[in-house]
Write a protein that binds this ligand. Structure first.
Ligand SMILES: [Zn+2]
Length: 178
């Protein structure tokens, strides 16, 4: 089977839509509807800290009959999130999604700023074979140990590799070793 040579940046969306963690879910829903997008990044101090998808709004607000004007993005966002670099091969992005059980990754640049998103369906559109290639692989349980990105709960540095401590806090590598 031929491995596709495309990288994330050739397939990702380059639109960057984000909201503050304090924005309401109603604002998130309006933004998604206005821009015709299915997910939005939540950012703090210029760096992504989480993601909200249409599905989150349906499952965590609509289905539970909560008021989207009273719930903030911070309350329902998935955080920390999985990220990927624009130069990464598509196969890496797909692997990350499958192992992390998510359908989207936030694409980040060298200064950890969000540059758009890449979704499962974006990838399948350009290379439908990829799923077949990956389904043969055995998933590693250790993958998720340091795959999340976000601010360290202790030193507040943004890192691509958060580790979950025994207390359930997400920490950078140096804080984890303290
Ligand atoms: Zn830290």
């Amino acid at each position: 089977m031929k491995m596709p040579k495309l990288s994330v940046k050739e397939v990702q969306s380059h639109d960057v839509y984000w909201l503050d963690p304090t924005a309401t879910v109603l604002e998130a829903a309006k933004l998604m509807s206005d821009k015709n997008i299915s997910s939005v990044t939540i950012e703090e101090e210029g760096r992504p800290i989480g993601i909200i998808t249409e599905r989150d709004i349906v499952q965590r607000i609509v289905a539970l009959k909560k008021d989207p004007q009273k719930v903030t993005c911070k309350d329902i966002m998935t955080s920390p999130m999985l990220t990927i670099r624009p130069d990464a091969p598509l196969v890496d992005a797909m692997q990350k999604m499958i192992r992390g059980n998510v359908k989207r990754l936030v694409v980040i640049d060298d200064s950890f700023r969000s540059m758009g998103m890449i979704s499962y369906s974006d990838i399948l559109k350009v290379s439908p074979d990829l799923l077949e290639i990956l389904s043969i692989e055995v998933c590693s349980d250790e993958f998720l140990a340091d795959s999340f990105s976000g601010y360290c709960a202790r030193c507040n540095e943004w890192t691509e590799h958060l580790h979950e401590s025994e207390d359930g806090e997400f920490l950078c590598k140096s804080c984890l070793q303290l």
